[in-house]
Ligand binder design. Structure first.
Ligand SMILES: [Zn+2]
Length: 1025
């Protein structure tokens, strides 16, 4: 998926994260996350859900088994598997269960069955006794571990009061799905759907129970029949809601090696979140509301549409049939095979049997969309949208065809399906989703009008490139479990930049990638960050994996690897990995193993593991003494109390450098692999300066010490063009980071930034603006009027010449658009007189005659933000927002509306967004983060979040990117102890409704760091400015 992010800020989350939830802005401050448990399913950790409904069952011989074996064994017993072979090594076996006894069909009740029945009764009775006598702490999260260490087996109680025969969020491997035959009939009047699914399963171990996922489905009937059999037998089932699992209790033992059909019939409501099989609507040009139903399954929502084995490793084929009314079309992953009329007068679309794939990639849509298509190399590519917006899909179609061709060649493996649909969905929380053959998008990430800015075009192109890359990385080869999500997302993010640089160089995506790497480092420098590969156990933890560590840090370490190898070597490694693991599931090691086969020069596995298994990144400190340079690495960790010891962290760093004697040619680049804590290199005596981490291709920061920084600052002031603009931007980023770490003073930072009066390149200017404006906002929120005004004057002074030189007419170069969009946005927000006058005039002309006045799209937000502050500007913009068919334009209008200083308007806007009237609910995170940037509304936004938390987490899942952005967006500029106390207090009171979220830890850590920064720097700042 791509998470959603907006283009309008200097710093935002990777566009790629557009898929899932990623369409929100990354707050422009660093954020932090907690360290998740390393072993997610240890019995102690299993206790988190309904604490009052679990039973403890004393295991047999627990002293002889470790906890994990014990857990499996007991589950296996409850699953109906006859016996455990205790001597077998459970974890080395492909099945977690030892060899069971031969099947004993339950159709022959025997003395043994009676014994089993009696045993169950005894267990139930014992359990009741145990509950009665256990202390209360047994059912709390904290439990009584020390006092009751022998009682480690915990079985949930199913919704009907029976024991649920499984103890883990992960499904057992007792049976494997092979094929799903799925029929769905959504009703877009009642907003309900009915479904029937026949799952063909292969039995790996004898069992009577089949545990699978189901969420919110009212199951009316289950039956089971051996493949080839003709007499299905009804089965009962029990359900355990917290894990969204059901266990079908078969009338007979399913025998190892055989296959069965498990048929389930059910009904449900179409979801009113944007998750699962959900309803959406739009207004057509006549003002009529039109309904549609679409899906978003990644990561855990296929189970909301049909009972299934909803884990990525359970790949199967799918035959999908959709019953619909005549006025709709239906779409699914595969091409439509035929349409027939079925009882009830419905049209049934039958799709081809799919390739083997994971459940989270299944998709279907019922809507009245229209499309345009073109065939390319045997694939029919189509782009769908609501009928009134069909004129905005041409760019997407052309782009998809070019990129498909690129990937077909790069991966040396053609796209395997006959068709590829790209569909813009009116309600869509993520940015886009890579469902195989049926990619879904937000309207802003697929539709492009020629009047939109190049930045909007860049966004659409990036998202398409990302989703198409997933058709190989993710769909064809899939991560085994969500702990390795980066294999999907890091790669798709890396490929999106790489492919666009080659196919659409004018879009200049390299600069965008650079800026997102800076932001990913900011997040990764916090204690609350996590390793790229991280154990995940709960649904929230799975959701939380869709963050910039998986996406951007993942992509960054691939960039670092590619730049350490040759491009050709890297590509051959990728091709080898894909061909070796086609249609299968992988872990990170598989990727490194494939890459390692191509080069003997480096131990790629060892090198890359140091980046995927440790959180954070290294700081390399350089100390020069004459010709000798000492290099030392340590964990770059922003910490308040230095409590987190990380001295054992060690990375293998491909350390690159240039120096004053040779800096322009690519041959000037030196590289060493820094594996130890320290190393020494030598430079000629006459070398005046050295710059490390060339073009910021490595994921590390560098501290040059007092002398080294002095030399570089002199260079920047005298001849900044001696360094690439990427290097200049990275010096700016690093020195602000080092100031946060306390390694350099704020005076040194301002000494460096003073060179910016001569800077004209976009990345250094936008990075400096972002960093300085962040400080300005912190000061502003503290009500430090004088200091805020001086900071403002300092920033405007640095960029005065550049601001004055900006044109307000159309420009055709994306870097210029990006530069003036950031620069004039900040200038107008600081009440720069000329900026305000210009923007105000354009706005007034536009409101008087919108048809005849076109505002350059990259300046729209600035113009609107100024315009709404005058006269009736806000109301006229709201009117324009309600009627504009252009999503990219609407988003800029919305951000302007949310920048008002009128509190009543802001409150109305937040409420309206939450309700989904006029402003779609998916925009709420954007509305809240925009309001929070300004002094006037920030406390109201936070108050709104507190008051509406329950509603917010119903609309957006706990752990989702949307919730992350809401939490961080509304709190990341707090910098007082009282605010820290309040934030801690509020989230602490939420218990299982959010207190454990990584984003909450990020928020707390960020506020603590803000407080520390203010304590350290306010005085120095007041002397320096
Ligand atoms: Zn993705």
């Amino acid at each position: 998926m791509e998470s959603f992010q907006s283009l309008s800020e200097c710093a935002s989350l990777p566009r790629n994260m557009i898929e899932n939830s990623m369409f929100e802005e990354e707050p422009d401050v660093v954020d932090l996350a907690k360290e998740p448990p390393m072993y997610p399913l240890e019995p102690d950790d299993v206790v988190y859900e309904p604490r009052s409904s679990r039973l403890l069952v004393r295991g047999l011989g627990e002293n002889e088994l470790d906890e994990e074996e014990e857990d499996y064994e007991s589950s296996a017993r409850l699953l109906g598997m006859s016996f455990m072979n205790r001597s077998s090594s459970l974890r080395s076996n492909s099945s977690p269960y030892g060899g069971p006894a031969a099947g004993r069909a339950c159709s022959f009740p025997s003395a043994r069955s009676l014994l089993v029945g009696a045993f169950v009764l005894v267990v139930v009775a014992s359990v009741s006794m145990v509950i009665y006598f256990l202390p209360k702490c047994t059912f709390t999260k904290e439990g009584c571990h020390k006092a009751n260490q022998s009682m480690t087996l915990i079985y949930p109680i199913a919704s009907n009061g029976q024991l649920f025969p499984w103890t883990s969020m992960r499904l057992p491997r007792v049976v494997s799905p092979v094929h799903y035959d799925l029929t769905l009939q959504p009703n877009l009047t009642t907003m309900k759907f009915t479904g029937s699914v026949t799952i063909t399963v292969k039995v790996n171990e004898d069992t009577k129970n089949v545990v699978l996922h189901s969420s919110g489905l009212a199951i009316s009937k289950i039956s089971v029949v051996p493949v080839g059999g003709n007499q299905p037998k009804p089965a009962q089932y029990v359900e355990y809601h917290p894990w969204q699992q059901i266990a079908a209790q078969c009338p007979e033992t399913l025998q190892k090696g055989k296959s069965y059909h498990l048929k389930l019939e059910y009904s449900a409501n179409l979801s009113d979140s944007s998750y699962g099989f959900y309803k959406s609507s739009y207004q057509d040009k006549d003002g009529q509301r039109r309904w549609l139903a679409a899906t978003q399954f990644e990561p855990l929502a296929a189970r909301m549409a049909f009972p299934c084995f909803d884990e990525p490793a359970f790949k199967a084929t799918f035959l999908i049939k959709i019953n619909r009314d005549k006025e709709y079309i239906s779409l699914s992953n595969m091409p439509k095979n035929k349409t027939t009329v079925v009882p009830g007068g419905f049209y049934q679309d039958v799709f081809d049997k799919s390739v083997t794939m994971s459940t989270y990639l299944v998709a279907f849509i019922v809507a009245d969309f229209k499309s345009i298509s073109m065939e390319a190399n045997g694939t029919l590519v189509s782009v769908y949208a609501v009928p009134d917006k069909l004129d905005q899909v041409n760019h997407a179609l052309e782009t998809a065809i070019k990129l498909l061709d690129f990937y077909n060649h790069y991966f040396e493996m053609p796209y395997p399906l006959q068709k590829l649909d790209l569909v813009a969905i009116p309600d869509f929380q993520a940015g886009a989703m890579e469902n195989w053959g049926l990619i879904t998008f937000r309207e802003t990430t697929l539709l492009y009008e020629n009047t939109s800015s190049l930045l909007d075009k860049q966004l659409v192109t990036i998202v398409i490139a990302h989703e198409l890359a997933h058709q190989w990385f993710g769909n064809l080869v899939t991560m085994e479990w969500w702990n390795d999500l980066w294999l999907n997302e890091g790669f798709a993010t890396f490929m999106e930049y790489m492919s666009i640089e080659r196919i659409f160089p004018d879009l200049n995506v390299g600069d965008d990638f650079l800026a997102t790497r800076f932001r990913a480092m900011d997040k990764d420098s916090l204690n609350s960050s996590h390793p790229i590969t991280t154990q995940v156990a709960t649904a929230e933890q799975v959701e939380e994996m869709f963050d910039s560590v998986s996406y951007v840090k993942g992509a960054s370490i691939l960039l670092m690897l590619e730049s350490s190898l040759t491009e050709k070597q890297f590509q051959r490694g990728v091709v080898k990995y894909l061909s070796q693991h086609k249609n299968a599931n992988t872990q990170s090691e598989d990727l490194w193993a494939s890459m390692s086969q191509l080069t003997k020069e480096a131990n790629i596995t060892e090198l890359m593991k140091s980046w995927t298994l440790q959180k954070g990144f290294p700081l390399v400190t350089v100390t020069r003494n004459g010709t000798k340079m000492t290099l030392q690495q340590e964990h770059f960790l922003l910490s308040v109390d230095n409590s987190s010891s990380s001295s054992s962290y060690l990375w293998q760093i491909p350390l690159t450098s240039i120096n004053s004697s040779c800096s322009n040619a690519s041959s000037c680049k030196n590289m060493i692999l820094l594996k130890e804590q320290s190393a020494t290199i030598y430079v000629p005596e006459e070398v005046q300066w050295v710059k490390f981490n060339i073009d910021m291709e490595g994921f590390y920061m560098v501290h040059y010490g007092e002398d080294g920084w002095r030399d570089l600052i002199i260079l920047l002031k005298n001849n900044h063009l001696a360094l690439s603009y990427q290097d200049r931007a990275s010096l700016i980023h690093d020195i602000f980071g080092l100031a946060r770490l306390g390694k350099v003073s704020i005076q040194q930072v301002l000494n460096l930034t003073s060179y910016l009066v001569n800077e004209t390149s976009t990345p250094p200017v936008t990075e400096a603006l972002l960093q300085l404006n962040h400080i300005h906002r912190l000061l502003d929120k503290r009500g430090l009027l004088q200091l805020t005004a001086r900071m403002k004057a300092y920033i405007l002074g640095l960029f005065e010449k550049l601001i004055t030189n900006q044109s307000w007419n159309e420009v055709e170069i994306i870097t210029q658009q990006k530069l003036r969009s950031s620069l004039l946005g900040v200038a107008c927000s600081y009440n720069h007189q000329k900026c305000i006058e210009k923007a105000k005039n354009i706005f007034l002309n536009w409101t008087e005659s919108p048809a005849n006045v076109s505002i350059p799209a990259d300046l729209m937000q600035t113009v609107f933000t100024v315009g709404i502050q005058h006269c009736d500007g806000w109301n006229s913009l709201l009117q324009a927002y309600s009627s504009s068919p252009l999503e990219a334009e609407r988003e800029k209008m919305l951000q302007a509306l949310a920048s008002s200083a009128d509190i009543r308007k802001l409150i109305w806007l937040m409420q309206t967004s939450l309700n989904g009237e006029i402003v779609r609910t998916q925009e709420l995170p954007l509305v809240l983060t925009t309001i929070s940037k300004n002094f006037e509304g920030h406390l109201y936004a936070w108050g709104f979040v507190k008051e509406n938390w329950d509603k917010i987490i119903k609309k957006f899942n706990l752990g989702s990117f949307a919730v992350h952005n809401i939490v961080m967006g509304t709190t990341s500029q707090f910098s007082t102890r009282a605010q820290l106390f309040e934030v801690k207090n509020f989230f602490g009171s939420l218990k299982d409704k959010g207190s454990q979220l990584r984003s909450v830890q990020e928020a707390v850590e960020t506020i603590q760091l803000n407080i520390q920064w203010m304590d350290r720097n306010i005085e120095a700042l007041s002397h320096s400015l």
